[in-house]
Design a binder for this molecule. Structure first.
Ligand code: ZN
Length: 191
């Protein structure tokens, strides 16, 4: 058991080594609502070489060896080789160009709980993924309301709100499409 001082020294040493890690981008990361904005240190000990041997897919990536956790191979689906280890990666979002962390715990969740294949990649930060999901849901609701016959006034009002939000987000770019979300004049007259 380490004394309080020794543990603090060890923690400082690890934090310093995190800062020194090669290819690690400077500055802050986009905050993840569940995992935060800093690498999550693990209790396991992996060297960078061991990690790259255990999963060559991490080659060339900005990884934090101090965050590595072993995988449960019985829960993985893979075409060629399993991902024997997960490690926090620093990545640049393809949409907003900000740096974000793709956490080892998140990778484990995607692969072992949600059933993604081991070679799954993440290209967008949590914020942009959230916005994309929201837009997709709104677009779905918009399309089904447009297709729905006999819309009530409340349906039209919802459709107008959805249409405006999608237009502002650039999801709808053709004015003809936007017009489909506008309440007919005959209904508008009896407001
Ligand atoms: Zn982003």
């Amino acid at each position: 058991m380490l004394s309080g001082k020794a543990a603090a020294r060890k923690r400082r040493r690890r934090e310093r080594s995190l800062k020194r890690s090669p290819r690690v981008p400077p500055g802050r990361f986009v905050r993840h609502p569940r995992y935060g904005d800093r690498p999550i240190l693990s209790a396991e000990r992996w060297t960078e070489a061991q990690i790259l041997r255990a999963y060559p897919g991490y080659r060339g990536a900005s990884i934090f060896p101090e965050t590595a956790i072993a995988a449960d191979l019985t829960r993985q689906r893979y075409a060629f080789a399993p991902r024997r280890v997960y490690v926090d990666m620093a990545m640049r979002c393809r949409s907003c160009a900000r740096w974000f962390l793709w956490f080892a715990l998140e990778q484990k969740h995607w692969i072992e709980e949600l059933g993604f294949y081991c070679d799954v990649q993440c290209h967008h930060c949590q914020d942009c993924r959230h916005t994309a999901h929201l837009l997709r849901d709104r677009r779905k609701a918009y399309d089904s309301l447009v297709a729905q016959e006999d819309k009530t006034r409340a349906d039209w009002e919802r459709l107008e709100r959805l249409g405006t939000a999608l237009w502002e987000a650039g999801e709808i770019s053709r004015p003809e499409t936007l017009l489909k979300s506008r309440m007919p004049k005959r209904l508008r007259r009896c407001l």
